[in-house]
Ligand binder design. Structure first.
Ligand SMILES: Cc1ncc(COP(=O)(O)O)c(C=O)c1O
Length: 394
């Protein structure tokens, strides 16, 4: 059994979440529940692989286009998602958002429209708009209405549909039926589709994820899955992601951009080896992680009900809790001030995730329960203190 309760200090590791929390929240030394990486150690097998490499001391340029890397990915899709991936479709990319930036340029014209479902991962917003594309935010905070979505395809004429599968921050797992509808819409209205599947492995018990790769054969428009093992196994610092691009011409264009235009032909060795190790040998670790995170969600749900009378619905995926604070009758501005300056805790304000993010907090639960409990306690104290102030003023 992996001891996910074990608290490991991340301070002093140049950690974006811990050591640089001031950049986003204006104060240092806050207890952070922010950027989505986890406070757990990666699987021991990853450290073993790194130790072996370190002992050998060879760190030269490395070829990603090798059978072990591609087979590991194919095995993963076969075992986890019952999907056959053509090994030719697999291409390395330094990061998922790098793939997004390049595919947005490849699949659309300058000033073209990208449609995504919001609230959404904040980097979607910045990547699309800073790459000279327009963004259409289709709100799904009150659920997805496929008829209205179709109308949006008709009226707005997007060039790309960008899907977060599963959805960050709402934690929605798209069912096979949902995926079929997205695919049908894209085919019918000639809209390219990109599916970001970096959160696909973090599922609640009994929930099944559905990759767009399963629908590649049906798609008549440019399509890509962009993903990485780095979210599931907590290895973003090692560097390595990949894309699945079924169409040969689109794939060659992507490779031209990667290798010729950006001179990125060599993969970070440790990132690639870690992907191979995790996909080939760390399925059990992932299962244990998911059940620990399930426990964190149950804890959050009970706590919110008991202390703040919030009815919180546990999502089907991700380790991110999306908490509606509308019924608390506190202003987000006041709450954030109280959280940061008095309670010394950093919890994301939902508004950074675009339309539909108002009155929500995003709390990262990829952490030992003790930290989660501490964060929630601070949140409850902040709310109680604001209420006390309100009562004493009235
Ligand atoms: C939906 C989504 N895509 C991509 C990323 C980041 O991936 P990368 O660091 O490989 O660009 C994240 C990280 O939080 C994410 O939530």
């Amino acid at each position: 059994m992996v001891d996910f309760d074990n608290v490991v200090s991340r301070r002093g590791t140049y950690s974006t979440q811990w050591d640089y929390v001031k950049d986003r929240f204006g104060e240092a030394d806050l207890l952070p529940f922010t950027i989505s990486d986890m406070d757990f150690k990666s699987p021991a097998g990853v450290s073993e692989v790194i130790k072996t490499v370190a002992n050998r001391g060879i760190f030269g340029y490395t070829r990603w286009n090798n059978p072990e890397f591609k087979e590991a990915i194919r095995n993963w899709y076969r075992s986890q998602y019952d999907t056959d991936v053509d090994s030719d479709a697999i291409v390395y990319s330094p990061s998922v958002i790098f793939s997004l930036a390049k595919l947005v340029e490849q699949f659309s014209k300058e000033n073209g429209l990208v449609l995504t479902l919001t609230p959404c991962y904040d980097a979607f917003i910045s990547t699309i708009t800073s790459n000279s594309r327009r963004l259409f935010q289709y709100r799904i905070d009150k659920g997805v209405d496929f008829e209205k979505l179709e109308q949006t395809f008709v009226n707005e004429k997007p060039e790309i549909f960008l899907l977060c599968n599963p959805h960050n921050p709402l934690g929605i797992v798209w069912t096979e039926n949902d995926m079929q509808k997205f695919v049908d819409l894209c085919n019918a209205y000639h809209v390219s589709i990109i599916s970001d599947e970096i959160h696909l492995d973090i599922l609640r018990e009994g929930v099944k994820g559905n990759s767009l790769a399963k629908f590649f054969k049906e798609l008549t428009v440019p399509a890509a899955v962009i993903t990485s093992a780095s979210k599931s196994f907590n290895t973003p610092a090692l560097g390595c992601s990949y894309a699945l691009i079924p169409d040969e011409r689109e794939r060659l264009d992507f490779l031209y951009t990667l290798k010729a235009k950006n001179a990125l032909s060599s993969v970070p060795y440790l990132g690639m080896l870690s992907t191979i190790e995790c996909y080939n040998h760390q399925e059990n670790w992932l299962q244990e992680l998911c059940s620990y995170i399930d426990g964190n969600f149950v804890y959050v749900s009970k706590f919110l009900k008991k202390r703040l009378d919030i009815e919180y619905k546990i999502p089907d995926a991700t380790y991110l809790a999306w908490i509606d604070i509308s019924d608390l009758n506190v202003e987000m501005k006041d709450l954030q001030l109280e959280l940061v300056t008095k309670q010394k805790v950093a919890i994301m304000d939902g508004r950074i995730y675009g339309n539909g993010g108002k009155n929500h907090l995003r709390l990262n639960l990829g952490a030992p329960r003790k930290k989660v409990a501490d964060g929630l306690e601070r949140l409850a104290k902040a709310v109680e203190s604001l209420r006390d102030k309100k009562n004493s003023n009235s």
